[in-house]
Write a protein that binds this ligand. Structure first.
Ligand SMILES: [Zn+2]
Length: 163
């Protein structure tokens, strides 16, 4: 008798738990699709640059929440951005464009914070970033390093001072 009751109760709980887990996983999958779509205007630009860079000798891989492109044409592109020789990597949506494998190893934690920011801000990310930079510059602070998007990325990356 005890076995039957326990089994029946356990089976019911197990089924309810399975439904809860399935619902939870479905919600997580829907959220992931939504944030990928929300950030996609920038990801598409990053993909175009990255794929062009791969044609010119670049490499590509998936790491965590992002697709990383590096070496070859990607290195050439990043190096020619303003202050590009000092730029290890930059993020566009779910795409991280790095100069080299070593540069990505150093910059990854910082860039992944930017990926999360793109997931929150979506198409508004670039205007919000630029407005924040202009505002901090207007108030006498540094255009890049005091931008709150960069502050968050540097803080979550361990608060390194000069990258
Ligand atoms: Zn940054």
């Amino acid at each position: 008798m005890r076995v039957v009751i326990s089994s029946s109760f356990g089976c019911g709980s197990f089924t309810a738990l399975n439904h809860m887990n399935a619902l939870k996983h479905a919600m997580m999958a829907l959220r992931k699709i939504a944030v990928i779509a929300w950030a996609s205007p920038y990801s598409i630009i990053g993909l175009l640059i990255g794929c062009t860079g791969v044609i010119f000798g670049g490499r590509v891989r998936i790491v965590g929440p992002a697709i990383e492109f590096y070496d070859g044409g990607i290195k050439w592109f990043v190096h020619r951005l303003p202050h590009g020789q000092f730029t290890l990597a930059l993020t566009l949506g779910h795409i991280i464009l790095g100069q080299t494998d070593a540069a990505l190893a150093i910059a990854r934690r910082h860039e992944v914070v930017h990926v999360a920011q793109y997931e929150r801000w979506g198409p508004l990310m670039l205007p919000a970033y630029l407005i924040a930079s202009c505002y901090v510059y207007y108030t006498g602070k540094r255009f890049y390093r005091d931008n709150p998007f960069e502050r968050e990325a540097y803080d979550k990356d361990g608060g390194e001072q000069d990258r």
